[in-house]
Design a protein around this ligand. Structure first.
Ligand code: KG4
Ligand code: ZN
Length: 332
């Protein structure tokens, strides 16, 4: 089945053409990051307007790159939630309109489900596996038993990992979103020189907490008499990254142990983080389990990731109704 997939849950407008939930023919992403950067975060109303402008453009681009016309599309997948409701509505309404006009089936997919299954577009990971979803909005551990079968194992009790990265970047004057910048600086710093707390590390659960690490960074910065720069800034980034990565690694290992599984999939924007990749790859070598990371384009928000679940649902005969609404908060 040839699917057109649409995603607009946050600040990326994305369209992709995917065959049989496997073969990505195109994966187009229009980022609004420049629009929101000056406000230090995503402005929901601006995001909706920009999605409206960009959606037709990314769809045309996705079809052109795939070398097909809209008449070749056999089904539509959209992100139904969670996300900013005004933003979600753009992909949802576009998907509905195309499905209605062309009389083809369509389905609304959970954004996190998309992230958790994106790896299947690149390599086949046998179910069941543990998924660590780390993004700007989410930090969750799931047991993924198959498409549509997810059990939550643990989650953040406050900030998401990416949110903590972005807040630390902001308070260090590194711009928005600054996760990747902190990652780059951390690679140059000494992670032992400034030590930050590891919240919930030794608690016997699979939950996370990142707001305490962020506050510790803020308190450290406030105590300095001059602006932090150069190697001091690198050390600060490295210390923060070490604390965040250590907690993410430890809880992922605990989730593997609790489920008895030996496959870990990591996804979401923070899965691009080099420190996290290194730490989990080393743990995998030592602990004899497999760890899978999608390529960065499939880690951050994109539309192709929706195709794995959508293809399975549509093939099983599942169809969303035309009165389906977006869900800003939608548990998985
Ligand atoms: O999955 P994503 O594109 O959007 C959400 O669904 O949130 O993730 C974006 C998040 C941002 O917080 C961004 O700062 C973070 O992923 N991020 C990183 C890195 N690259 C992106 N965080 C740490 N290290 C990175 N290399
Ligand atoms: Zn996401």
């Amino acid at each position: 089945m040839l699917l057109l997939c649409l995603e607009s849950s946050c600040d990326e407008t994305a369209a992709a053409v995917v065959r049989d939930g496997r073969e990505v023919l195109s994966n187009i992403i229009a980022s609004q990051v420049d629009v929101h950067a000056r406000y230090g975060g995503v402005v929901p109303e601006l995001a909706s307007r920009k999605h409206l402008e960009a959606m037709p453009v990314v769809i045309e681009d996705a079809l052109e790159r795939a070398g097909i016309g809209i008449e070749a599309i056999e089904g539509i997948a959209v992100t139904r939630g969670p996300g900013l409701v005004g933003a979600l509505l753009v992909a949802l309404a576009t998907g509905k309109a195309l499905a209605f006009a062309r009389d083809i089936p369509w389905v609304g997919v959970h954004h996190i489900e998309g992230h958790a299954l994106a790896i299947q577009l690149e390599q086949e990971v046998t179910y069941p596996f543990v998924a660590l979803i780390v993004s700007g909005g989410h930090t969750h551990l799931y047991l993924v038993e198959g498409v549509g079968h997810y059990r939550i194992l643990g989650r953040t009790l406050d900030d998401a990992a990416g949110e903590a990265y972005d807040k630390v970047a902001k308070l260090l004057g590194l711009g928005y979103p600054g996760g990747a910048v902190v990652d780059r600086l951390a690679a140059e710093g000494d992670p032992e020189s400034i030590v930050f707390p590891r919240p919930l590390l030794h608690q016997d659960n699979l939950d996370f907490s990142f707001s305490g690490i962020k506050t510790a960074v803020l308190n450290y910065v406030k105590k300095q008499s001059s602006e932090i720069s150069g190697s001091h800034l690198n050390d600060l980034a490295a210390g923060f990254q070490r604390a965040a990565v250590e907690v993410l690694t430890a809880k992922s290992l605990r989730a593997l142990k609790a489920t008895g599984l030996r496959r870990l999939v990591v996804a979401g924007g923070v899965a691009c983080n080099r420190g996290l990749r290194q730490s989990l790859q080393q743990a995998a070598r030592e602990g004899e389990f497999e760890v899978f990371f999608p390529t960065p384009l499939l880690c951050t928000d994109n539309a192709a990731m929706l195709a794995v679940a959508a293809d399975a649902y549509l093939s099983q005969g599942h169809r969303s109704a035309l009165d389906l609404n977006a869900l800003a908060g939608w548990p998985l």
